[in-house]
Design a protein around this ligand. Structure first.
Ligand code: FAD
Length: 459
């Protein structure tokens, strides 16, 4: 009996999963393996929100495999050592794995390759599992990645997207030891946010079907409406690979129209960030365009930002949405990140870390590079743009409904006045348990521009 290992990482699904299909096609039996990896925990990536979501994903994947005559095999430890052990125990001749881009994933792939080489086993790495267009498939003549989105997107749109693969009918699994499925609490200490979405492929597919069945057609017009909540909310399912980006692009393209087109364009941003991180893995921590900022350190200001107590209702609403749901609207992410890195002039890494501590879709490529994009150290073509939360409020939450939803102290204030509580009559103002602005917007903007003017221009 030949045996292959299918090592799940960020591809926790059975539909359109080239790793699963290849492993099933390559051997008589397959070990569908997930390793609770000490390395990921030690790197600080296992936080309560993502742990709870991951536990759902693993339970769901186990159910899908059981429905096909198999089950999920769970181990805990160093991923490479555990794969070596399982290969020894089962006599597996090859290991199938999805390509991924972070420095950690690249090291994991290299270490697995060496270990398997030594024992004369084969590592089969599959592209196009977590991306639509894999990193390296599109490169400008002069360098290893595209540094600007628009030309990348032009090329990306021309690449034919492969047919999605069905789920395998059966997954025969050999006798091999498995730990029990972990709960979220087994994976991380601390309580998850109260209103987290449920994880797993089944839930992801249900949400994707509902999204593509109607709301996607209104995405182009409504995606920035904060209170309207008119985006797909599929990001955590994409992050854990419960959904295939390839399948989403194919299905959205079949829907057609400006909404579906705009949605597919956002999926291209995912690939854009991934091709950049694959080529420059150090940008998870270092400026993409080094600027040598002398960032301010002011713990009290950062604490106010984290807690959603800056005195700017739109910034505070978005921060509180993230605390409650482990998710924040993209417009909110832009506004809160600009406020921290430009108005307060605090290092983007401080904000990125806080987001990674809470976001259920928290993702090295998308989080770190979007933070850099907003901070002006990344791939943005307008690095010095400072977002004014009051202008943003007028454009994207004109009636103030988003703020009233997330900042209960201000729930009684009607209309757009909710965005400027400092203008309320003093007797109303005094009754509110809501802080005065921690900084003047003009003061913050001027300091940022002064600081930038004193530095060498980014190259
Ligand atoms: P939709 O608007 O429905 O978009 C569909 C999908 O496209 C998303 O699920 C996501 O996979 C992808 N996408 C959308 N916008 C972007 C983008 N700007 N960059 C890359 N991919 C995108 N996204 C994450 O998945 N993880 C993160 O950790 C993350 N951190 C961010 C931090 C900051 C400071 C900013 C400005 C953005 C961040 N984003 C991150 C991107 C974006 O905000 C989220 O992907 C989006 O809000 C998720 O909601 P949705 O699924 O409803 O998105």
């Amino acid at each position: 009996m030949s045996v292959a290992i299918c090592l799940f990482t960020a591809d926790l699904r059975v539909h359109d999963n080239p790793v699963v299909r290849a492993a099933v096609g390559a051997a008589d039996q397959v070990v569908p393996l997930f390793v609770i990896d000490d390395g990921v925990r030690d790197a600080g990536f296992v936080v309560p929100n993502r742990a709870a979501f991951l536990a759902d994903c693993l339970a769901d994947l186990d159910g899908a495999l059981r429905g096909r005559g198999g089950r999920l095999v769970v181990r805990r430890g160093d991923v490479v050592e555990e794969v070596a052990r399982v290969a020894e125990e089962t006599g597996a001749g090859e290991v199938h794995l999805a390509r991924d881009v972070s420095a950690f994933a690249q090291r994991r792939e290299a270490r697995l390759g060496h270990m398997l080489d030594r024992s004369r086993r084969r590592l089969c790495v599959h592209d196009s599992v977590t991306f639509v267009v894999p990193p390296g498939a599109l490169t400008p003549a002069s360098r290893g990645h595209f540094g600007v989105f628009t030309p990348y997107y032009r090329k990306w749109s021309e690449v034919p997207v492969r047919e999605p693969l069905g789920a395998p009918d059966t997954v025969p699994v050999p006798a091999v030891r498995s730990e029990r499925l972990p709960s979220g609490a087994d994976l991380a200490d601390g309580d998850p946010s109260p209103a987290l979405p449920r994880g797993g492929e089944e839930e992801g597919r249900r949400r994707a079907a509902a999204w593509l069945d109607g709301p996607v057609t209104r995405y182009a017009d409504r995606h920035d409406d904060l209170a309207g909540d008119a985006t797909s909310r599929l990001s955590p399912y994409l992050h854990f690979g419960c959904l295939s980006a390839v399948e989403l692009v194919r299905r959205a393209t079949a829907v057609g129209g400006p909404g579906a087109e705009a949605f597919v364009r956002q999926l291209a941003w995912r690939d854009f960030n991934r091709q950049l991180l694959a080529d420059r893995p150090e940008t998870a921590h270092e400026d993409y365009r080094p600027r040598n900022d002398r960032w301010r350190t002011d713990e009290a200001l950062v604490a106010a930002w984290r807690r959603g107590r800056t005195g700017y209702p739109l910034v505070d609403a978005a921060m509180r949405q993230m605390a409650e749901q482990g998710w924040m609207h993209n417009r909110g992410r832009l506004i809160t990140a600009s406020f921290l890195t430009k108005t307060l002039y605090v290092d983007w890494r401080v904000g990125a870390r806080h987001f990674l501590d809470l976001l259920v879709d928290g993702d090295v490529a998308n989080n770190q590079l979007n933070w850099q994009w907003v901070a002006g150290t990344g791939a943005s073509t307008r690095p010095d743009q400072v977002m004014d939360p009051l202008v943003q409020a007028r454009r994207f939450d004109g009636r103030g409904d988003y703020v009233r939803r997330w900042v209960p102290e201000l729930a009684g204030i009607e209309g757009g006045a909710v965005h400027r509580p400092w203008l309320l009559p003093p007797e109303v103002r005094r009754r509110l348990d809501y802080p005065d602005p921690v900084i003047g917007l003009a003061e913050g903007r001027e300091r940022f521009h002064r600081a930038r003017a004193g530095r060498t221009e980014p190259h």
